[in-house]
Design a protein around this ligand. Structure first.
Ligand code: NDP
Length: 240
């Protein structure tokens, strides 16, 4: 059997595409998210499904340990779970900032710490963090989201520097706007509408998530000695 892959945020969007892709390639999987029934509906073989909030370190760690007992050590962790609440800081609910920073930054740190020690011992392993173009440039109404994704860029590069000599790959994908459920987390209907208007400049449809999944697959499938440190991918017609 191939090596174990852990995917967070596997109940929709990129995570769902990744689950199908890596399962079809013969990998056993640990799928993490809160909407367990959606992940069960995929019917994937050799797959452990756990209802875990990535901000809950103990529950996350327990799920990884259980998967490792079943399928062996984690070879790839994809820190994909994330939320985006668009909003203007002047009137946004601070709880939305906290949810984004907790999920998008602490969730990634949690996953990384949980798998890193064993990867260091084994002198192999790959962690791929899903950031965003919002982690490279700013957009109005994205202040806290952008702060979280700049954080993902910073922590990925820092940890890469810390473990590169242990033969561990820390890789990052920065997608542009894509056709997932992400926009639905935003509570302001006006901002959602603005976003949809902006998407019209791309012909109404943004990036298909399957290309984000296949890019991640490409990065992972390269030999362990090769690290695509960062990959930015967006619809050709995305102008920002
Ligand atoms: P979706 O909303 O479709 O997926 C987000 C996933 O994250 C869901 O499976 C959700 O599962 C999970 N999730 C959210 N919070 C938690 C949590 N606390 N614990 C566990 N799982 C959680 O959006 P995407 O697929 O687009 O998002 C995936 C990643 O891609 C995110 O990090 C996002 O920031 C990033 N991204 C997305 C872009 C886009 O335009 N779509 C562009 C750039 C980056 P559940 O609700 O079941 O817990």
């Amino acid at each position: 059997m191939k090596k174990l892959i852990v995917i967070t945020g596997a109940s929709s969007g990129f995570g769902k595409e990744l689950a199908y892709l890596f399962s079809n390639a013969g990998h056993p999987l640990l799928l993490i998210g809160r909407r367990k029934e959606l992940m069960y509906s995929y019917g994937l073989p050799y797959t452990l499904i756990k209802k875990v909030d990535v901000t809950d370190y103990s529950a996350f760690e327990l799920a990884v340990k259980e998967a490792e007992i079943k399928f062996g050590p984690v070879d790839l962790l994809i820190n994909n779970a994330g939320v985006m609440h668009l909003g203007n800081v002047a009137n946004q609910n601070p709880l939305e900032w906290k949810n984004m920073l907790d999920t998008n930054v602490i969730g990634v740190l949690n996953g990384t710490k949980i798998v890193l020690e064993s990867m260091i011992e084994r002198k192999t392993g790959t962690i791929i963090n899903v950031s965003s173009i919002s982690g490279k440039k700013t957009f109005a109404n994205h202040a806290a989201y952008s702060a979280s994704k700049y954080g993902v860029h910073a922590l990925t590069e820092t940890i890469r520097e810390e473990v590169s000599d242990k033969n561990i790959r820390l890789l990052l994908v920065a997608p542009g706007a894509s056709e997932t459920e992400l926009l639905e987390h935003t509570t302001s209907s006006e901002l959602k509408e603005n976003y949809r208007e902006w998407k019209k400049t791309m012909g109404g449809l943004s990036l298909d998530p399957k290309y984000v999944a296949s890019s991640i697959n490409f990065m992972y499938d390269l030999p362990q000695e090769v690290a695509i440190r960062e990959l930015t991918i967006a619809a050709t017609k995305q102008n920002a």
